[in-house]
Design a protein around this ligand. Structure first.
Ligand code: PLP
Length: 390
């Protein structure tokens, strides 16, 4: 793999040299004071990210605990649902893409699930969610940034419904937290989940949870899955340890990644992600391409990921186009499940520079040209530059 290979996939994202170096330090015991210091640094940095993900860095939580779990975001999603819902409890799962569907499937294994389902890429109709949530609902699950479609979902509006019915609200912020606004208390979020490898720009293999004080009161432990017993994780985290052996190198990488975020500052980081995603959208539109999802007033385009409909010339068979991109040292993603062959997706999560964004635009433009799709790459670069300068 060339050293300058540019990952523009929606995770894993490129790692800084500091994160890479931290992961190769000599091993220590997960019960040592050295490890406790690592976990404490990771928790401090995550507290900052979870509690101050706003454009002015104002505090958005009245108190909660940041946890790191061995295992990617799916582990975090399961931990959240399985600790808050018993088998007879009703979980309302909002689904308008692959990860909303995954949340529903996870919940199926632990509770009685009602799906409020929309086509992938269609906005969430909050009235339909209102019809499904009742005083019998124990948990509502929602994905903030639907990575499979590039749509940002109305977390606050659904959170209000959950709060009205005193249901716990579990939000997958896997591809938003660390790159976009996320307001824990204002949006009534009880447990927020994110992944090391996405907008935090850490390694794959660990997930991070923010467990609010409200959620803690509902977590008892006894019926929880053994490995994902959040009561146990919360108790051990008071001394900056985990119940079982921690993935030490990954915790180290994550600790450095979240410290880097604090150095940049969440307000600047959110503004940068917004500039960069606006630049990608403008560039693809200047190429004459259509952005993928249909929007209404409750939804908006993602600020961390751009999904674009493939033009007719490569629709249904994008392999050659994708190979042209990787031959130029860049990697992007195609559509998932039934969206395969219909869209492509480009991430701007993590620590990308303007040069990275422009390189992505140029590479995609040149690759379209190489497979016979006539696009104006220079116009696309100009459109991107306009946004990157703002
Ligand atoms: N949720 C969202 C929104 C995601 O984008 C992803 C991964 O892309 C996940 C959950 C699951 O992450 P993983 O497959 O790493 O467990």
């Amino acid at each position: 793999m060339r050293e300058d290979f540019l990952l523009l996939n929606p995770g894993p994202v490129p790692l800084s040299d500091d994160v890479r170096t931290a992961m190769s330090e000599p091993m220590v015991s997960h019960r040592s004071s050295e490890f406790e210091a690592v976990y404490e640094r990771a928790q401090d940095g995550l507290d900052y990210v979870f509690e101050r993900s706003t454009l002015d860095e104002a505090e958005t939580s009245a108190g909660g605990t940041s946890l790191v779990l061995n295992g990617t975001a799916t582990m975090g999603m399961e931990a959240a649902v399985a600790n808050l819902a018993d088998e007879d409890d009703e979980v309302v799962a909002v689904v308008n893409g692959k990860f909303g569907r995954r949340f529903a499937r996870i919940a199926d294994r632990h509770a009685d699930v009602t799906r409020v389902e929309f086509d992938w890429g269609s906005p969430v109709d909050v009235d339909a969610v209102a019809d499904a949530v009742s005083d019998d609902t124990a948990v509502v699950t929602m994905v903030h940034n639907e990575t499979s479609t590039g749509l940002l979902n109305p977390v606050e509006a659904v959170g209000e419904l959950a709060a009205e019915h005193d249901a716990r609200y579990v939000v997958d912020g896997v591809t938003s937290i660390g790159g976009d606004e996320f307001r824990i208390d204002d949006w009534y979020v009880d447990i927020a989940i994110t992944d090391g490898q996405k907008a935090l720009a850490g390694p794959p293999g660990v997930s991070a949870l923010y467990v609010s004080k409200r959620a803690e009161a509902h977590i008892e432990g006894e019926d929880a899955p053994f490995y994902e017993d959040l009561d146990w994780h919360l108790r051990k985290s008071e001394s900056h340890q985990t119940p079982f052996t921690s993935a030490v190198p990954l915790f180290r990488g994550l600790a450095v990644a979240v410290e880097d975020i604090r150095h940049e500052g969440m307000s600047e980081r959110i503004a940068r992600h917004r500039r960069q995603s606006a630049a990608f959208r403008a560039a693809f539109e200047a190429m004459g391409l259509d952005l993928f999802p249909d929007l209404n007033e409750h939804s908006t385009y993602s600020n961390t990921l751009t999904a674009v409909s493939l033009p007719n010339e490569v629709y249904g068979d994008p392999d050659e186009f994708m190979s042209e991109i990787s031959e130029r040292g860049v990697s992007i993603s195609g559509g998932q499940a039934h969206l395969g062959g219909q869209i492509f997706r480009v991430s701007n999560m993590g620590n990308l520079t303007s040069e990275h964004v422009l390189r992505g635009v140029r590479t995609i433009g040149e690759s379209f040209d190489a497979v016979g799709v006539d696009v104006d790459t220079e116009a696309a670069l100009d459109a991107a530059r306009d946004h990157l300068r703002q």
